[in-house]
Design a protein around this ligand. Structure first.
Ligand code: SF4
Length: 390
């Protein structure tokens, strides 16, 4: 079973191929639905692209003018998406302005090919800027998710950098790779940077090439690790399932008091961290498979699907919320934004005002389906089975 290379050998999944060459063939026939989180990320990317494009053409656009507009993928743009896009946009503008304003050398959402890694490898980098004065290439990738991504030896950025080098026919002295991740609160700040050179990128691309070749061939091997987390095959991967079985043995081993020295304690802690990641990956995969079956009308015992909702949000502009609540004698303003609907609701209750008024100005949006324990479903199935068996 050889996968469709054009779909699987992409910069965004290359780090997984480095860790596990088996996933490409394991996932070849799996179609995954786009999550709401991914759709929101696409809308935030759209705001970024619009702003950067206009900046390149010397047109000023207020990023916040996109609020409540509909992105091409149908998602309504929120203030949070704009806040995130602005951090990336400002960093690009600062970088360009500090280097002789070479806007013409800015490349936005350009698709590049990286044949030195794989014949079908191509991808679209968010922003690339080549400073001809210092012979420096800047490559940015905008991440809207929460999970921390490092810029150091980042294979996705490596692809965009090598693709740009090839396309622009340049030989930069240094390459500045930046991940902009405003919604990750790991203490490292919203922008992570790694400065490297062509020799290092060549050495990384060599490793990537070897892994891609192995992934396409008969010796591809499933190797569980942190890269399993986003693998489409987690629910059907025997190697990952086995790693779960190892944990079971580990937990079941007879409890006898043990005194570990410092070194062994750290080793065990790191092992447990690794196990935790593997179990999480497997659990997520199995959960996704149960959801898929339920959506297809299969009666999975004990579980059913329920619509999940976003946090409650105001449905009218901030200024209107503040002035309406002022009329009710409630101060709904924080320094720059209104308080949340729930905070205002509590204030209304304290003033003995009917808090149901909030529902006229706030709402929760459906944002997907969640798996819920459903005892009635199990009872139904047991009843059905007993009827079948007479
Ligand atoms: S679940 Fe992990 S080990 Fe299995 S194919 Fe995917 S990445 Fe490889």
């Amino acid at each position: 079973m050889i996968a469709d290379h054009a779909k699987v050998h992409q910069p965004s999944s290359l780090a997984r191929t480095i860790g596990c060459t088996g996933w490409v063939q394991m996932s070849a026939d799996i179609h995954r639905e786009e999550t709401q989180e991914a759709r929101e990320g696409t809308a935030a990317h759209w705001v970024l692209e619009e702003c950067t494009d206009k900046y390149k053409s010397n047109i000023y656009v207020d990023p916040y003018s996109f609020e409540n507009k509909t992105a091409p993928n149908g998602v309504i743009v929120t203030e949070e998406m704009i806040d995130a896009a602005v951090i990336h946009f400002n960093d690009v503008v600062d970088t360009v302005e500090n280097r002789n304003h070479q806007r013409a050398n800015l490349y936005i959402e350009e698709t590049v090919t990286v044949p030195q890694v794989h014949r079908d490898m191509f991808g679209t980098g968010d922003t690339v800027f080549y400073c001809r004065v210092t012979n420096t290439l800047f490559v940015w990738d905008f991440k809207y998710g929460h999970r921390s991504v490092s810029a150091v030896r980042n294979f996705q950025l490596m692809c965009y950098a090598l693709g740009a080098v090839r396309r622009l026919n340049i030989n930069p002295q240094s390459i500045v790779m930046r991940i902009v991740q405003p919604r990750c609160f790991d203490g490292k700040g919203p922008i992570r940077e790694w400065v490297t050179d062509m020799n290092t990128l060549h050495e990384m691309s060599q490793l990537a090439r070897e892994r891609c070749e192995q992934a396409d061939g008969p010796n591809a091997k499933c190797t569980p690790g942190p890269h399993c987390r986003d693998c489409p095959a987690t629910y059907r991967c025997p190697a990952l399932q086995q790693s779960g079985a190892v944990v079971y043995d580990y937990v079941q081993s007879p409890a006898s008091p043990i005194e570990l020295n410092d070194h062994h304690l750290v080793l065990e802690y790191e092992l447990l961290e690794r196990i935790e990641q593997l179990i999480k990956a497997r659990k997520d995969g199995v959960e996704e498979d149960i959801k898929r079956r339920l959506k297809n009308g299969v009666n999975v015992p004990s579980y059913s699907l329920e619509t999940s909702y976003s946090r409650e949000k105001w449905t009218i502009p901030a200024k209107e919320v503040i002035s309406i609540m002022n009329l009710l004698g409630v101060d709904a303003a924080k320094p720059d934004v209104p308080k949340t609907p729930n905070q205002v609701r509590q204030q209304l209750k304290k003033l003995k005002i009917d808090a149901s008024v909030i529902s006229a100005y706030a709402d929760k949006e459906p944002n997907g389906l969640k798996l819920v324990k459903d005892a009635t479903n199990r009872a139904r199935l047991i009843f059905k089975e007993s009827m079948k068996n007479g």
